[in-house]
Design a binder for this molecule. Structure first.
Ligand SMILES: [Mn+2]
Length: 361
């Protein structure tokens, strides 16, 4: 986790830590997230190591709110190099001057204008920091190539936005996505997280990797067809032995006994209990019929959700979502709507549930 990055920085006595955006996952972080960030960054500044950061889209507040990075700068634990538009300048590190050009998250439409006006620093060594997805990553949301970015002349190119480790060398300049320090999605459930150690003392930059160990794991439980299935899988994972509460990603099998509502209710209950008991951080339950997310890359565009998924996400209750789906499909000419309503009225427990949902609105 980020705290471990700070420990590495202090242990390795680095000159500075650079972060290329999305330090926070939310432009309005929780007090807990703020507290953790300030606590870690204070250790860093206490050790005389500057923290240089640019904004990702998650650090850029919508409307006229204050960016959380601005708050960190105000309390003196970060230096915000670029928030809404690019900047070029020089920072003084223990080892001397470091020139920088910083490109915060920029909407695709504005990117080419930004690149045309980009200036390079006039220093012996310099870093290009940018929050963007390179075309070279081959993602549907990529829109800038290394050639368009114009990396020649920089000593090092530090990139953010892509959550997995990726690096290349472009006409002698190392170009690096170190990846996120935490996995945020099941697509990133690779078991490896790194920080890049960059040495700019020589003629050309050299990069080495430090592997992190304390990141959060995402446990995937596939093909669950019954409550017992899930229970067994969870026992196998030995949750209490993992250093950090994991996230649990549970996929129900399309041909399981879970199709009886009571089985799904039990599965959900178990997952909620695990959260309440502090054994997992959260969970994601995927019902069959939800399109599989394909590929191993990270896409910011989720696949179009199915009706089942949308309804489930709204009510967060398997039994109620099944009922609503019946009603919706019944009105499309499937099972008669009258019969669905009669069934509901015959089920007192369900009527009570519905009453609660309605009274909450
Ligand atoms: Mn981003």
């Amino acid at each position: 986790m980020f705290d471990e990055v700070v420990e590495v920085a202090i242990r390795e006595r680095v000159d500075g830590v650079i972060h290329c955006g999305d330090l926070f996952d939310d432009p309005e972080p929780s007090p807990r997230a703020f507290y953790n960030a300030v606590k870690s960054l204070k250790k860093l500044s206490g050790a005389g190591i500057p923290f240089l950061v640019i904004a990702g889209q998650h650090d850029q507040p919508k409307r006229a709110e204050v960016s959380p990075l601005k708050v960190l700068e105000e309390v003196g634990v970060a230096r915000l190099l670029a928030l809404g538009k690019p900047s070029t300048g020089v920072v003084n590190l223990r080892s001397g001057e470091l020139g920088f050009t910083a490109i915060p998250y920029t909407p695709p439409g504005a990117m080419h204008g930004v690149l045309r006006e980009l200036r390079k620093p006039d220093t012996r060594r310099s870093v290009l920091m940018a929050h963007l997805l390179l075309k070279e990553l081959n993602l549907p949301t990529s829109h800038v190539s290394l050639a368009e970015l114009g990396v020649s002349g920089f000593s090092y190119v530090a990139l953010g936005d892509y959550h997995l480790r990726w690096s290349t060398n472009y006409s002698g300049v190392p170009v690096v996505y170190p990846g996120s320090t935490e996995a945020l999605d099941v697509l990133e459930s690779s078991d490896e997280r790194y920080v890049a150690m960059v040495d700019l003392s020589g003629e050309s930059a050299s990069v080495s990797w430090v592997k992190l160990s304390r990141f959060r794991k995402i446990l995937v439980v596939d093909n669950v067809s019954s409550f017992a299935d899930l229970q067994r899988a969870i026992l196998r994972y030995r949750l209490e032995e993992l250093g950090k509460k994991p996230m649990l990603y549970v996929k129900l099998s399309p041909k399981g006994g879970y199709t009886s509502s009571s089985e799904r209710v039990r599965i959900e209950q178990l997952l909620r209990d695990l959260v309440r008991q502090g054994k997992i951080l959260n969970y994601r339950l995927v019902l069959p019929g939800v399109e599989e997310v394909e590929g191993s890359g990270v896409s910011e565009e989720a696949p179009p959700p199915t009706l089942d998924y949308v309804v489930y996400e709204v009510v967060k209750d398997p039994e109620l979502s099944e009922l609503l789906l019946k009603i919706i499909r019944g009105s499309e000419g499937g099972e008669g709507i009258r019969k669905v309503i009669d069934d509901v009225l015959a089920n007192e427990r369900l009527v009570e549930k519905l009453r609660k949902v309605v009274s909450k609105r």
